[in-house]
Design a protein around this ligand. Structure first.
Ligand code: HEC
Length: 189
């Protein structure tokens, strides 16, 4: 199995940066966890109260707001991205596209959902950034309601609402186990 490990990148960096990298990775993991927990909580609450049509409002309005809140609290850029976005505002940049392709490949090679993590120090426009991504794999419908809005069978009323809000929606037709996208975090060094 082909493995992509951050140590390849780390080995080229001075010691102080490699020591910090572990801290950054741990911090990025914590921020991602808190963001996901809050999003899932709101989503499940809204699905239980009003079904998928009502819950679209959570994803539409609340998901970006929750991302913004976690960005402000942590000082990191926090968001979600995908190779097939629903909201074109979440489209990946070149680095994110490569990592998403890497995650899809790793998944195809049998890596588990929790293993899909990648981080790297990159230089952009003369500045250095720590960048981190954690893959999001579609859970089965008996675990989470994700497929109701991203799966192959979306009920007519939900589809109509999605069409109205997201005319460029590409985020449908997923199956459980596929990489849906990733959390993406960035911090200026
Ligand atoms: C009620 C419908 C609904 C459900 C259920 C739902 N989503 Fe979404 N999802 C959306 C909408 C609407 C957006 C667009 C949000 C925005 O405008 O930023 C979205 C966006 C996303 C994105 C960001 C990338 C993109 O395509 O814009 C990811 C990743 C994602 N969803 C994963 C999930 C996962 C994982 C679950 C289950 C935990 C889930 N979704 C459940 C409606 C839903």
């Amino acid at each position: 199995m082909k493995k992509f490990v951050a140590t390849v990148v780390l080995s080229a960096l001075p010691f102080a940066v490699t020591a910090d990298m572990d801290e950054y990775k741990a911090e990025a993991g914590k921020i991602t966890g808190a963001f996901f927990d809050e999003l899932k909580g709101e989503l499940v609450k809204a699905m239980t109260a009003g079904g998928p049509v009502a819950a679209i409002g959570v994803c539409h309005g609340l998901a970006p707001a929750i991302a913004m809140k976690h960005s402000q609290q942590s000082g990191w850029d926090v968001g979600r991205t995908s190779l097939k976005t629903r909201n074109p505002g979440n489209a990946p940049d070149a680095w994110e596209t490569q990592v998403l392709q890497q995650f899809a490949q790793r998944r195809a090679n049998g890596e588990g959902p929790d293993a899909l993590v990648y981080s790297e120090v990159v230089e952009e426009g003369g500045d250095r950034y720590f960048r981190f991504m954690k893959g999001i794999v579609m859970p089965p419908l008996d675990k989470m309601p994700c497929l109701k809005c991203h799966g192959e069978e979306i009920d007519a009323e939900t589809a109509e609402r999605l069409d109205a809000l997201y005319p460029e929606d590409q985020a449908r037709g997923y199956k459980a186990g596929q990489v849906r996208g990733a959390f993406t975090l960035k911090k200026k060094l």
